[in-house]
Design a protein around this ligand. Structure first.
Ligand SMILES: C[S@@+](CC[C@H](N)C(=O)[O-])C[C@H]1O[C@@H](n2cnc3c(N)ncnc32)[C@H](O)[C@@H]1O
Length: 172
């Protein structure tokens, strides 16, 4: 689709994402961490962590507000960088690879990402784009990265959580 803007996939919810809730339960945020929310969308996780007292920076390449698109945010140092549901919504494989490379290059002590795996949620109307290995939903693109593809896409990692709708990874 021409002019696809992945920001359409960002949900305006008052609740934090399920992967963030699970990271909190695991004790990943346990003090005075500085956090980068990469692909922050409509800031549901950013705001939730900010309310908990963390120093959170939101970055989103497609955010309508320019200050959130500022690449300079990516050159600061953080304790934790997280990318929730970002790598599912990028149409072109090459752009996906670039985004993962960018996320990996962030100067942070730890990096976490969640990735949708609920291929069962696929709708019969979605159109498969075989070349890019993703689905056009009529409004956005969705890609389901399989478990056996994680190393190829993300490099060295540890799976730290999985549910029927997402996997949670720490990059190593
Ligand atoms: C499904 S939304 C998730 C938003 C948020 N992380 C959440 O869980 O609510 C995916 C977000 O990733 C952003 N995004 C897509 N490609 C990106 C890229 N290359 N760099 C940074 N953000 C990107 C989109 O603009 C969109 O806001």
């Amino acid at each position: 689709m021409n002019n696809y803007n992945p920001f359409v996939t960002a949900m305006a919810k008052s609740e934090p994402s399920a992967p963030l809730r699970s990271m909190i339960k695991m004790g990943i945020f346990n003090g005075s961490e500085t956090v980068l929310d990469y692909g922050a969308g409509r800031l549901r996780d950013t705001m939730f962590l900010s309310r908990m007292g963390y120093d959170v920076t939101a970055y989103d390449k497609f955010h309508p507000v320019e200050s959130f698109r500022n690449k300079k945010l990516l050159s600061n140092a953080y304790n934790i960088a997280m990318a929730n549901y970002v790598f599912n919504v990028i149409e072109k494989k090459n752009d996906l690879i670039e985004a993962i490379k960018e996320f990996r290059s962030i100067n942070s002590d730890r990096k976490f990402l969640s990735i949708r795996c609920d291929i069962g949620a696929m709708n019969a109307n979605w159109v498969c784009n075989r070349e890019e290995d993703c689905y056009f939903t009529g409004r956005s693109y969705q890609r389901f990265i399989r478990h056996d593809e994680f190393s190829r896409y993300f490099g060295k990692h540890k799976v730290i959580g999985k549910t029927s709708s997402y996997w949670l990874l720490e990059l190593l």
